[in-house]
Design a protein around this ligand. Structure first.
Ligand SMILES: Cc1cc2nc3c(=O)[nH]c(=O)nc-3n(C[C@H](O)[C@H](O)[C@H](O)COP(=O)(O)OP(=O)(O)OC[C@H]3O[C@@H](n4cnc5c(N)ncnc54)[C@H](O)[C@@H]3O)c2cc1C
Length: 428
């Protein structure tokens, strides 16, 4: 009998728990450990930040759904991993032994890398907001409601080293849509400030025609932009950024005024994971082989935002590669197969497809991209815009949350619709 512990119950960890349960005989125990007792559907946070969703609509309690499927749940953070003894220490000092550990802890939000940035509650300086966590989005909505009484300039964007750009574009367009509906858009100059070398880079070197399409979208929506921007500091009402040229030389210093700012931070690995000797790269991201297994500890696997992936290309201001929902689930499927093989005394063979598939809402319309594989040249490389994406994004939210409530990992819809797009979870 083996004990498999999944650390992190997010977009990756929850489906992994269900899939593992479906795949493994019941003699094997599965325990999920998560720092809080609820699941949040992170992709909906930009909607929460403008009041289009409530916190309740995009979160759910974890314990009832997992225990129904005979998966144990502990709502505490892991504070220490003894990878040699295969033992976790949890908040409060309890310990938990494992035979296999699946690390799915998502990112530590590195707000501290830019003075003044990020919510105070997450170790930031309190001058910019975030949509990375539902609590951040709730706090942003509270300030947005005040802002609406006396509007002014808005800054949205991504800090040096950021890897997740889609939500920054999404939030810009969602704000634009919301302000237009309120007939306040004329009072709000908007600037998009990003570490990407060009609009539509997305940490992926662009996808299809993403550059022209997103530039055109920004022009149509009166959003100004600053690319190759190394944001250095935030002061009350002012964001300071140095713009670099293609060779990395400073060309211009910007002081961008704002009344409301949302800047996505760079990601690092969470402390308990980053502290394990030889497990991670210098940013605390888990180093894995092609089978999602730690290069240093053979009974540790990892997937999701917490794994180390090299950037698609070197950019003047550092950018990282995004890890999107379907890619994360594909990594999880590979891990479930590989742990099952290991238990059966067989070698690991399953590899995730690591396809970047993303639906970005723009409030009234949306943009979807598919990059297969992630690094160019690609077999599938398209970026399309349309109202159908806005609707598909709503469907994705409803569908994912329903899937977690039902306790299934890959229902029929996903198998066939994603199959039609030529997207499979495993590399055949
Ligand atoms: C605002 C935003 C919007 C996004 N929108 C999309 C989108 O529309 N489509 C898409 O494909 N991708 C999107 N992404 C990218 C990606 O899908 C998400 O970041 C996703 O949440 C990552 O999943 P994950 O499982 O790796 O981490 P998370 O979902 O962040 O889950 C990590 C879990 O680990 C827990 N944890 C952390 N530390 C510990 C610890 N020490 N002990 C125990 N538990 C711990 C956390 O509490 C959390 O529950 C978005 C990302 C962001 C930030």
């Amino acid at each position: 009998m083996a004990h498999i512990v999944i650390m992190g119950a997010g977009i990756g960890g929850m489906p992994a728990a269900y899939e593992m349960r479906e795949m493994l005989p019941t003699e094997h125990r599965i325990t999920v450990v998560n720092s809080v007792d609820y699941f949040q559907f992170v992709p909906s946070n930009p909607w929460v930040a403008v009041g289009w969703r409530t916190r309740e609509a995009v979160t759910l309690p974890i314990a009832p759904y997992l225990t129904r499927k005979k998966i144990a749940f502990i709502g505490k953070a892991v504070t220490h991993i003894d990878a040699v003894a295969s033992q976790l220490t949890l908040t409060g000092g309890d310990t938990l032994d494992y035979d296999y550990l699946l690390i799915a802890t998502g990112p530590k939000l590195a707000f501290d890398e830019v003075a003044g940035a990020g919510p105070l509650a997450s170790g930031g300086g309190g001058l910019t907001h975030s949509v990375c966590h539902v609590d951040h989005a709730v706090a942003l909505f509270a300030e947005y409601e005040e802002f609406l009484k006396n509007p002014g300039p808005i800054v949205v964007g991504a800090m040096p080293g950021a890897s997740c750009f889609g939500p920054a574009y999404e939030f810009t367009m969602i704000l634009d849509t919301d302000l237009r509906r309120r007939k306040l858009r004329d009072k709000v100059p908007m600037t998009y400030v990003t570490s990407e070398p060009y609009i539509g880079h997305l940490g992926l070197g662009g996808v299809g025609d993403s550059k022209s399409m997103l530039e055109s979208e920004f022009r149509n929506r009166d959003v100004k932009w600053i690319t190759n921007a190394k944001t250095t500091e935030v002061q009350p009402g002012k964001l300071f950024a140095t713009q670099l040229d293609d060779f990395g030389k400073p060309v211009k210093d910007h002081e961008v005024p704002f009344k409301l700012a949302m800047m996505l931070p760079a990601f690092k690995g969470v402390d308990a994971v980053a502290a394990v000797p030889n497990l991670c790269n210098p940013r605390g991201m888990v180093l894995i082989d092609e089978f999602q297994r730690s290069k240093a500890y053979r009974n540790i696997y990892s997937a999701g935002v917490c794994v180390a992936i090299p950037p698609v290309e070197v950019t003047p201001v550092p950018t990282g590669t995004p890890k999107t929902g379907y890619m994360i689930e594909s990594m999880m499927t590979a891990i479930c197969h590989n742990i099952a093989s290991d238990l059966a005394g067989q070698p690991a063979t399953a590899k995730g497809t690591w396809n970047a598939v993303c639906l970005a809402d723009m409030g009234d319309t949306g943009a979807a991209f598919v990059a297969l594989p992630q690094i160019p040249p690609r077999n599938v490389n398209w970026f399309k815009k349309g109202k159908w994406v806005h609707l598909a994004k709503i469907a994705y939210e409803k569908y994912f949350i329903r899937k977690l409530k039902k306790g299934t990992s890959e229902p029929i819809y996903e198998k066939y619709v994603m199959g039609l797009l030529g997207i499979n979870r495993l590399n055949k």
